[in-house]
Design a protein around this ligand. Structure first.
Ligand code: DX5
Ligand code: ZN
Length: 217
């Protein structure tokens, strides 16, 4: 189980301290949420902040683009040293070409699904991608409640991956807590994104360990 804390819930006045906490923690990746105010009704941060963060972070970068035309920024995202670039299915008219271009730029490629987008739409691309990101809230804001229906979508994603011979990971994002994580793990998730659960904890590093050590009996 990989844990990817989302910087969206960090203290933006003390980003250096929060990044050092991530660097020294057992977090596997750092999740970076880019919002454009068009694809989602919120604006987060852009390349000047991403460049500063990338320079200080020693964990692989998991960049989640909640923007229209993500294909326009592939080179800039790659220049950050990004490990995984995730684009939304709903934002990509020519998804196959975008996936190819992300790979050409030297990154892994994830495809995110909004809560209302069915997993079955990935059937013709599943063998070409490295990760399915099942949104477990409507994208745009941290701290929202988990959408229960997401559990069956995670199971469907796992089934699609296994039946097609794909090696894609399944990541979930939104409302991941100590209460919702066990069900997600049982449903077949590989990567948990956690914003408020980690950054609003009294001891963020200990919370990352606790999430990482959840075992399903
Ligand atoms: C939501 C973002 C998430 C968000 C998760 O649009 O994609 O990554 O930071 O926040 P929590 O874990 O607080 O729900
Ligand atoms: Zn995200």
């Amino acid at each position: 189980m990989l844990i990817a804390p989302s910087l969206l819930a960090a203290d933006f006045l003390h980003l250096a301290e929060d990044l050092e906490m991530i660097n020294t923690s057992s977090a596997d990746w750092l999740h970076l949420d880019v919002m454009d105010g068009v694809f989602v009704p919120n604006i987060s941060f852009g390349f000047p902040v991403l460049e500063a963060v990338a320079g200080a972070c020693r964990k692989p970068l998991d960049v989640h683009l909640m923007i229209v035309h993500p294909e326009r920024y592939i080179k800039q995202v790659a220049a950050l040293g990004t490990y995984m670039m995730t684009v939304h299915y709903e934002a990509c008219t020519h998804l196959h070409r975008t996936v190819y271009e992300i790979h050409e730029a030297g990154m892994k490629c994830g495809v995110a699904l909004n809560p209302s987008t069915p997993v079955s739409l990935l059937a013709d691309i599943i063998r070409d991608i490295d990760m399915v990101l099942v949104m477990t809230v409507n994208p745009g804001f941290g701290g929202q409640p988990f959408i229960e229906h997401s559990l069956s979508k995670v199971r469907e994603a796992r089934t699609l991956i296994e039946s097609s011979g794909s090696r894609a990971l399944v990541e979930v994002d939104g409302g991941v807590t100590l209460n919702t994580a066990p069900g997600l793990i049982a449903a077949g998730v590989d990567v948990l994104v956690t914003g408020s659960t980690v950054f609003h904890a009294l001891d963020s590093s200990a919370m990352i360990c606790e999430l990482k050590n959840i075992r399903i009996s």
